[in-house]
Design a protein around this ligand. Structure first.
Ligand code: HXC
Ligand code: NAP
Length: 273
């Protein structure tokens, strides 16, 4: 929420997997600013330390963990520590992801496996290990998906496959955990400014401009706009929302996103001669 914070998360506990940069760090900031205790996890100790220092500026309790979401035991240990320090978790965000543009024939089996491992198995690990630490009833789980989950895109078979799995994982968990009072939803961000994802997928101003023109709202979104949706989604104002796959994308998934990587591939190949 850019002006006037309408959500109060004082006394609430939030864990953001992949929360040390980009969109996920923006989400962690929003919860910390709203008064929550916040824990973040990612591989790089340097990124973890930097994120923790930033988040402590809001004055609340902050924890940071260096771990790979592909390693179940490490993820489980971090979640157990966070619960021990903070108490039951009110919000669990799973947003760690890896991506790069590559046509299928340029992908090794290990490259495909890496992205499936981080995005899909990583999300399973975070949810599977996190469930026992969630407040029941009342907790909200939010997975960070992508337009690739439902839109087949050139050079994105790894991300498309992984994020399609994330969407189905979201809905299957919503079905299974609803009776315990745990809501599980996914946010599908559109192109978000200043992120590693867009730096990788739209590496030149020309491609960036093509993407902007393919968004009905004719601009990139911000990490704050994704965070705003999270604050609402994990609040009582969304108490009847579960299993939803919510685009926060300026309308990109309505059509513009479908062809964009076809055009991008053509331009990249032309520029390489
Ligand atoms: C082809 C590639 C490649 C590329 C890596 N690989 N980059 N193959 N084209 N550009 C291959 C490697 O050669 C290797 O295969 C395999 O992938 C694993 O590479 P590693 O570097 O060993 O993997 P790892 O250390 O696990 O790193 C994972 C990673 C990396 C995904 C490759 O880029 C990463 O850590 N990314 C995290 C940050 C990130 O991607 N953020 C953006 C998220 S955006 P071989 O066979 O050689 O062993 C996003 C969606 C945005 O998710 C949506 C926008 C609309
Ligand atoms: P980002 O800054 O690279 O964020 C990815 C985060 O995940 C980082 O904190 C990274 O830190 C962590 N991470 C990566 N691999 C990990 C692993 N194996 N284990 C633990 N942590 C790991 O990228 P972003 O562009 O902001 O994307 C964030 C999320 O939004 C992703 O889920 C992405 O798919 C989604 N999304 C992004 C866009 C966009 O426009 N950028 C659009 C749609 C969806 P470490 O490197 O320290 O591990």
């Amino acid at each position: 929420m850019t002006e006037g914070q309408p959500f109060d998360y004082s006394g609430r506990c939030v864990f953001v997997a992949g929360g040390t940069s980009g969109i996920n760090l923006g989400i962690a900031h929003a919860y910390a600013k709203a008064g929550a205790s916040v824990a973040v996890l990612s591989r790089s100790q340097e990124k973890v330390d930097k994120a923790v220092a930033e988040l402590r500026e809001y004055g609340g309790p902050v924890l940071g963990f260096s771990a790979d979401v592909r390693e179940f035991d490490d993820v489980a240990a971090a979640l157990a520590t966070a619960r021990g320090e903070f108490g039951e978790l009110d919000v669990l965000v799973s947003g760690a992801a890896g991506n790069f543009p590559a046509p299928i024939t340029a992908l090794s089996s290990n490259a495909f496996k890496s992205v499936i491992g981080i995005d899909l198995i990583g999300t399973f690990n975070v949810l599977r290990a996190g469930y026992e630490h969630l407040r029941k009833p009342g907790a909200a789980v939010i997975n960070i998906s992508a337009p690739q989950s439902s839109i087949p895109m050139q050079m994105q078979v790894h991300a498309c496959s992984a994020k399609a799995g994330v969407d189905m994982l979201t809905q299957a968990c919503a079905v299974e955990w609803g009776a315990a009072g745990v809501r599980v939803n996914a946010i599908i961000p559109g192109p978000i400014t200043g992120t590693e994802g867009m730096a990788r997928l739209a590496p030149t101003p020309e491609i960036e401009q093509i993407i902007i023109e393919s968004v009905p709202l004719a601009r990139y979104g911000s990490s704050q706009e994704i965070a705003d949706c999270c604050l609402w989604l994990s609040s009582p104002m969304a108490s009847y929302v579960t299993g939803a796959l919510i685009p926060v994308d300026g309308g990109w998934c309505l059509g513009g996103a479908a062809q964009i990587f076809t055009e991008m591939r053509r331009r990249l190949e032309n520029s390489r001669g």
